[in-house]
Design a protein around this ligand. Structure first.
Ligand code: C2E
Ligand code: MG
Ligand code: MG
Ligand code: MG
Length: 273
């Protein structure tokens, strides 16, 4: 507003900032309530092995069933939870709910759970994972922990230590969204990942030559290190065929299946696992 320029401009920005802070505080309180009183839910997206075309895993993706805003996607509240510390309770709920669900699936189907770098810094994180496994009875080798590569901005001893401990109890560690953000080949050398997921931004540019070249390079790098590769965000049959030709091991995307509530995914698993 013109009126709010000059000296009064400060008031305007003050007010805008105060509104923003109040909105985030209110959202934070609502999220706290949601975590404590079953306001969160998980959807599950299938991951298909290539070339066999079987469901070999499903990824748990959190949603907030908000009383007035409806189904809120994670991009709109995971960041907030990371800022205000709720990510620890949220993440523990996700781990427990995901393991519980997967314990009923056929043995060969794994469950992938996204974990925030903030969670890894929690000294209780290992026991939280052990608790979720013990409660559900899920075998540790069926749990894949997905970490986005930007955690390795700090390629720190502490990060490597917790990942090693998780590996020691039998969980798999997956490098998510590979190729974006702050990736460095050094990370691949300093920690042994059980799987790498190529970010969907590359997949969606297929069959463009530069994207194809990058994916080919990532796959041959991974192969030389004996690490299986997943491609996320596969939306067309052309992309699928291309990835198959390049030797990709697993695919995930709307072409094969969208994230679905647990009862729906259970039906898919029964037909395709
Ligand atoms: P992500 O781990 O990379 O998960 C994949 C995201 O891509 C999901 O979005 C999924 O719905 C979407 N996706 C899958 N296939 C396709 C496709 O073919 N095309 C397109 N356009 N999108 C596709 P979603 O569920 O909104 O989750 C977004 C991000 O939020 C996730 O990215 C993950 O980083 C984070 N997230 C989700 N659940 C959790 C959680 O429980 N804890 C934490 N810390 N983060 C989570
Ligand atoms: Mg993920
Ligand atoms: Mg991803
Ligand atoms: Mg992603």
């Amino acid at each position: 507003r013109a009126k709010s320029q000059g000296r009064n401009g400060f008031q305007f920005f003050d007010a805008a900032l105060r509104d923003e802070i109040q909105t985030r505080a209110r959202l934070g309180n609502e999220l706290r309530t949601a975590i404590a009183s079953s306001g969160l839910t998980l959807h599950f997206q299938p991951l298909y092995s290539m070339p066999a075309n079987r469901i070999s895993a499903c990824e748990a993706l959190v949603r907030w069933h908000h009383p007035t805003h409806g189904m809120v996607p994670p991009d709109q509240f995971v960041g907030l939870a990371e800022e205000n510390g709720l990510i620890h309770d949220l993440g523990e709920w996700v781990l427990r709910a995901a393991c519980q669900e997967a314990a009923d699936w056929p043995e060969q189907v794994k469950i992938a759970v996204n974990v925030s770098p903030i969670q890894l810094r929690n000294p209780r994180f290992l026991s939280i994972v052990e608790g979720a496994l013990a409660c559900s009875g899920l075998a540790p080798h069926r749990l894949e922990i997905e970490i986005t590569e930007n955690i390795f901005v700090q390629n720190s001893a502490a990060n490597r230590h917790i990942l090693q401990q998780l590996g020691r109890i039998g969980c798999s560690i997956v490098l998510d969204d590979f190729g974006t953000g702050y990736s460095s080949l050094g990370y691949l050398r300093s920690f042994q990942f059980q799987k790498i997921k190529i970010d969907r931004s590359f997949v969606q540019e297929l069959p463009e030559r530069s994207a194809s070249g990058i994916i080919q390079a990532i796959i041959s790098l991974a192969q030389s290190m004996d690490i299986p590769i997943t491609a996320e965000g596969v939306e067309t049959h052309d992309q699928w065929a291309h990835l198959n030709d390049l030797g990709c091991n697993q695919v995930q995307g709307f072409l094969l299946g969208r994230p679905q509530p647990s009862d729906v995914i259970r039906q898919s698993i029964l037909s395709y696992a």
